[in-house]
Every structure is written in structure tokens, then in C-alpha cells.
Ligand binder design. Structure first.
Ligand SMILES: Nc1ncnc2c1ncn2[C@@H]1O[C@H](COP(=O)(O)OP(=O)(O)OP(=O)(O)O)[C@@H](O)[C@H]1O
Ligand SMILES: [Mg+2]
Length: 278
């Protein structure tokens, strides 16, 4: 993890400028008034670094993730990926961008077909692209299973036979099959117990050192954010209310929201480079 990109004045990999997303309430309340889920969000992420987004429930984190992954269209503002504004792209061009920004949810199992084998789940996104032969896809699947700490013998298991931690590793491996440049993790560790969270957090750190992966890590957990991220952005009511280095956010919180989030963390205080795998 490093902030060298910002120091050297390099171009960010991803740049978000004044992003607004309004959801209509028309059908529910009978009025034209909408929910402003994102209310002018701006930030940059440099290649090979991690930006954590923290904030209370309903602050707009998932809406931001959906807009970045091109699954929701922002109401206004710009999202520049490798200097290209992706908000204005055609559906055909968006397909290529979606491949490069993979989104992982809290419960990826809901997007796996429980009757499918692990091997099929891994190969499916690549098979849909149709660029590689079956043998090449299987070789990549085996390598990724090992890389995320699942043995390649898991290939024959059904998704329904995996534990929560194994499913989350599978979700990461499946996202990596497409060789994305950015992984957006939306509360991806929240449903796991502490020791599995720590193992997967360490896997993310290892993947970043070995593949230069860039992460947008969304969480309620300020301690985990501080451990994984180069920078933390705190969201409240669709806006970023504080943004800076983890040390600064933890030790000199400026906003009430940050202080509340800090108060909710029982286990702040670790300063090591890895989360303990107890
Ligand atoms: N599809 C939708 N239609 C209408 N309103 C929505 C929709 N999705 C989100 N919202 C509203 O937008 C706001 C932000 O929601 P969002 O899911 O982005 O919050 P969040 O920060 O991810 O919350 P959580 O931590 O609970 O996951 C909320 O007020 C929510 O009710
Ligand atoms: Mg959410």
C-alpha cells in the first residue's frame, strides 16, 4: 500500500467528480421529491492503492459502488476511469469497463447458483466473453483457487457446500478471473467472523502486493478501514464529510460522524501491518 501516485503527481486510475444520484420516490409517496443518495461526491484513487469508504447505514456507500461498477447511472457528475468519462459511454463500451471494475458484495452466495460446481462458477464470466478456450480457463481457475487459499481440488465441490469464508474467497477468485483493475468490496467481510475477516483482509493485502490491485473498500468498520486503506473517506447523507490518511482520521477526527464511528469500534489500537489471524 502506498500513496506514491499522489506524491508523484501521477494520473489517478479512478476519478469521481461531483457525483449525484437521486432516486425517485414518485411511485411510493405520490410526490415528485427524490432521495439524494449521492450529493456531490468527489475523490481519486491511484493504481495499487486502497480507498476505504466508511459511513453509517443509508449514507450512500452502496449507491456509490453501483455507480462506479456501472450498474446504476448517476444523475449527474463524472466518473473517469483511466481518464475516460464512463458516465457517457454506450452500453457496448460499458461492458468492457464493467469487466475492469468488479464488485463484490456482503453475500456473494446470492449470486452463485447453489447447484453449480466451484469450477463452473469460476469459468462462467470468462466463458460469456468467449475469448479463451476451456483448457486455458480451467488453468486460470486452478491458479486462482490456489492464490485465494482454496485448494484446486475444491473445483468439484458445489457452491452450497462451502463455508462463508470459502464462498467469499470464491467470490474474490471469480472477480479476479476477469483480470480487473479495480475491486469494489461492498461490506464484503462484514458477515464473516473475526478470524476469517482477518484471513481475507490479509489475502487482499497479498493480492495488492503481488498484482498491484486497486481497491475501493466499503465498510462500517473503521478499524478494518484503517488497517487496509491508504486513505479513508467518511460519508454522511450522500456526502464525503472527511477524507484523509488513516492516522489522521483516527487520531484527529474532525467531524461528529467520524467521532461516532470511532466510538463504535471496540478494537482500535492495532498498529501492525497484518491483521492477527486468531
Ligand atoms: N433503488 C433505490 N430506490 C430508492 N432509494 C434508494 C435505492 N437504493 C438506495 N436508496 C436510498 O439511498 C440512500 C443510500 O442508500 P445506500 O444503499 O447507498 O446506503 P448505504 O450507505 O450502502 O447503507 P448500508 O450501510 O445500510 O448498506 C438511502 O436513503 C436509501 O434508502
Ligand atoms: Mg450498502
Amino acid at each position: 500500500m502506498n500513496t506514491a501516485g499522489r506524491d508523484k503527481g501521477m494520473q489517478p486510475l479512478l476519478e469521481v467528480e461531483n457525483l449525484v444520484k437521486t432516486y425517485s420516490r414518485r411511485r411510493l409517496a405520490g410526490s415528485g421529491e427524490g432521495v439524494r443518495a449521492l450529493d456531490g461526491v468527489s475523490f481519486s484513487i491511484f493504481r495499487g492503492t486502497t480507498l476505504a469508504i466508511v459511513g453509517e447505514s443509508g449514507s450512500g456507500k452502496s449507491t456509490l459502488a453501483f455507480c462506479l461498477a456501472c450498474l446504476e447511472k448517476p444523475t449527474s457528475g463524472a466518473i473517469r476511469f483511466e481518464d475516460k468519462d464512463i458516465v457517457t459511454l454506450s452500453e457496448k463500451d460499458l461492458r468492457a469497463i464493467r469487466r475492469q471494475m468488479q464488485l463484490i458484495f456482503q453475500d456473494p452466495a446470492s449470486s452463485f447458483n447453489p447447484r453449480w460446481g466451484v469450477g463452473e462458477i469460476l469459468i462462467e464470466p470468462l466463458a460469456l466473453q468467449g475469448n479463451l478456450g476451456r483448457d486455458e480457463m480451467r488453468t486460470r481457475a486452478h491458479a486462482l483457487l490456489e492464490q485465494v487459499g482454496l485448494s484446486s481440488s475444491m473445483e468439484a465441490k458445489l457452491a452450497s457446500e462451502l463455508s462463508g469464508g470459502q464462498r467469499q474467497r470464491l467470490a474474490i477468485a471469480r472477480a479476479l478471473m476477469l483480470e480487473p483493475k479495480v475491486l469494489i468490496l461492498d461490506e464484503a467481510l462484514s458477515a464473516l467472523d473475526c478470524s476469517v475477516q482477518a484471513q481475507i483482509a490479509n489475502l487482499l493485502v497479498d493480492l495488492q502486493s503481488s498484482c498491484g490491485m486497486t481497491y475501493l473498500f466499503i465498510t462500517h468498520d473503521l478499524a478494518m478501514a484503517a488497517h487496509l486503506a491508504d486513505e479513508i473517506a467518511v460519508m454522511s447523507k450522500g456526502r464525503i464529510v472527511e477524507h484523509g490518511a488513516p492516522n489522521k482520521i483516527l487520531n484527529q477526527p474532525q467531524s461528529v460522524i467520524t467521532r461516532e464511528l470511532l466510538a463504535a469500534v471496540p478494537r482500535l489500537g492495532f498498529a501492525g501491518t497484518r491483521v492477527a489471524e486468531s
